[in-house]
Design a protein around this ligand. Sequence first.
Ligand SMILES: Cc1cc2nc3c(=O)[nH]c(=O)nc-3n(C[C@H](O)[C@H](O)[C@H](O)COP(=O)(O)OP(=O)(O)OC[C@H]3O[C@@H](n4cnc5c(N)ncnc54)[C@H](O)[C@@H]3O)c2cc1C
Length: 488
Amino acid sequence: MSVNQMEELKKESCTLACPVGISPQGYINLLKCGKIDEAYDLIWEKNPLPSVCGSICHHPCEDVCKRGTLVDSPIKIRALKRYLSENKLDDKVTSYPVIHQEEIAVIGGGPVGLTAAHVLAKRGYKVTVYEAAAEAGGMLLKGIPSFRLDKDIVRKEVKRLEESGIKFVFGAKVRPTDIEKDYDKIIVATGNSISKGLPIANSVCKGVMNALDFMTKVNSADQVTLYGNVVVIGGGSVAMDTARTALRLGADKVTVICLECGSQIPAHPWEIEETQEEGIQIISGVAPLRFEAKDNAPPHCLSNIVYTTIENLDCKTFTYDPIGEEMVLSADFAIIATGQRAEPQYITGDNIILAGDIVNDTPSVIDAMGSGHDAAIQIDKELRGREWKEYELEREMQSGDPKYRIYPAVRLKKAFPEIRKIKDRSGFDMVEQLMSDEEALLETWRCLECGYREVDIEKCIGCGVCMRVCPKGDVITMVPVEEQGGNK
Ligand SMILES: Cc1cc2nc3c(=O)[nH]c(=O)nc-3n(C[C@H](O)[C@H](O)[C@H](O)COP(=O)(O)OP(=O)(O)OC[C@H]3O[C@@H](n4cnc5c(N)ncnc54)[C@H](O)[C@@H]3O)c2cc1C
């Protein structure tokens, strides 16, 4: 590794990579010391959906984990978060005291709305979440299949937020103009609820549907039966989840076709791997040309998808050159998973902030939550007249002398257990299994303790090692600065 590459590595850390700014190194160290409650609290302080993220976050923290870059494979941060938080779901939550007179409304109870509401409630604001559906959770309940995210987990984490003092109004589809006179600030976090569709011939054939409608039906326990050949069109996470769901609903054969090839495919590598593991074929670098019906008269049941190979794909505009011959895939059902978009937008005003999928280019739970967190901080900043730098301080990283880092853990090259998965994938049980106590503890020992959060560089780098190594035992405890009378 070159000096330049090493210098670049010094700028990366799990903490900086997390859009909501939680510190994996902190809670992994606390878990290593057996301080499970403190470890959980450190996560919950900034992330009100730890079990959700422990199940389905795309873990940008692991992408920059130096254990992965320098030694063997990244620490399983997501799985550790799930281990830590699933045991705490039923613990009682203390309500945050209201200390400010301003009232905030959040429209949309998905991950963004829930995160923003939590940040604001924690900072002492009275917050009301308006949710169009009968319960909060957004795509966590409607979109993501339960073999990847247990719905009970979502419901329990939402309940914890209700207990923390956030008010929810369900079945309330509102516009900012309906409620603006009652609130000082409004966050709009209404997500992307419309499938983009596919402008090719015969899209109205019986058997052609869009992924969001399909997943919403499946998740609402509506009877959905598939059979024969199912073709899913799209190469993103939604396409992979849809294909795996179709297989579980009775399809004999599921095929995914997508424009992109290799590393261009937008789904994460592990999603592609799991999809293929389940026997689903992915045909990449091809474009659908038209749907063909079995008959000329209604109901025009789908029989084939005609497609061709392509080149010169522009992944931003989705333009490409078709090359090669027409090919045919037999299909009883086609599910279009070519992206989602928001409902036409509301007018923005000084007191209205948009957040989450409706404004993010990268639809993912943790990026959406990061956006909700930032929207809430923006409101606090405006209402309390604070400077950005007061908030930014928390996210700075200060590299220490390398000779004091990359330590004993490097030498600890044991055979560490992989995440266990269930064998029978025919149903909707969670595929990934929870880590055992032994596996979780062993995994914490792999942390190199290199990505720390600055507290006071002269005195403390916030890594938590002192707590573990102190010969006097349990005398050192990390406490947030505010408890010491600071202003962060
Ligand atoms: C099938 C599928 C699988 C996915 N898998 C993953 C994954 O594995 N990992 C990952 O990180 N991300 C995944 N995502 C993406 C992730 O779910 C979204 O990025 C995230 O949910 C966006 O959060 P949000 O709060 O912006 O929007 P949403 O989750 O869509 O929530 C918006 C909420 O606003 C409500 N609402 C809308 N309009 C109004 C209104 N006018 N008034 C009141 N309420 C309103 C909606 O009912 C909804 O509850 C997946 C998405 C889908 C569809």
